[in-house]
Design a protein around this ligand. Structure first.
Ligand SMILES: [Zn+2]
Length: 220
């Protein structure tokens, strides 16, 4: 009887320990998965933020080059796009911070300058590539994770990029117009989300984030 009782106590103790271990493992596992999930998101955001910073610096250089090449309208457009990229980069940094991550500052690389026409084409090409590829992946990832704040911020970036592509294509279409140095073109950029507008696309409030157009920065 004593032997049966000892076996029962041993079995009970082992079962209790196994149950406790399973409980602790169950509590730990989601945290690991969650950490991996945010790790991927933070990697994507860091990559996006670094690219936006590089674009901002490059378009600023393109603007200076266009101004020197007697193409002031294109210079104005590049200045506006550069600022929009800077705003988007700051939003990216905020999103990284809100997820408990750190933004890895990009390594500065020298900007290769060729011609205004090629600069416009380069900008269209890289923005189109990102719009059709990486950005869709980033937005889908944020939606799948249920992170609507991040998905919204990325959607702002994507919508702004699409407008930039349209404006860059318009600039190529009018690039050779002889009145480039005399006609005036203005661009407005939302300081909250980086939305860029021209005269034909003007709205009282930013259609992305509802910031009043009175707060938009004017590039002319
Ligand atoms: Zn906005």
């Amino acid at each position: 009887m004593k032997r049966f009782f000892a076996l029962f106590i041993t079995f009970f103790t082992v079962s209790l320990l196994a149950l406790g271990a399973a409980y602790i493992d169950g509590k730990m596992r989601p945290q690991h998965n969650k950490e991996h999930l945010w790790h991927d998101t933070l990697q994507r955001l860091n990559e996006l933020g670094r690219q936006q910073h590089h674009h901002s610096v490059r378009y600023q250089q393109y603007a200076i080059h266009a101004q020197q090449a007697q193409a002031p309208q294109i210079a104005t457009l590049f200045r506006a796009i550069s600022f929009a990229e800077e705003v988007q980069c700051e939003n990216c940094k905020d999103a990284i911070g809100s997820l408990g991550g750190l933004f890895s500052p990009p390594v500065e690389v020298p900007v290769a300058l060729t011609s205004t026409h090629e600069h416009l084409q380069n900008a269209i090409s890289e923005k189109s590539d990102y719009h059709h590829g990486k950005m869709q992946e980033c937005i889908t990832g944020a939606m799948d994770e249920g992170n609507r704040y991040l998905a919204r911020m990325l959607t702002w970036c994507d919508a702004s990029d699409v407008k930039m592509i349209t404006l860059l294509k318009q600039a190529i279409a009018t690039e050779k117009a002889s009145d480039d140095t005399t006609s005036v073109t203005c661009y407005w950029v939302c300081p909250t989300c980086g939305n860029i507008e021209c005269e034909q696309l003007r709205t009282c409030y930013c259609p992305h984030c509802m910031t009043s157009s009175a707060e938009f920065l004017i590039f002319e």
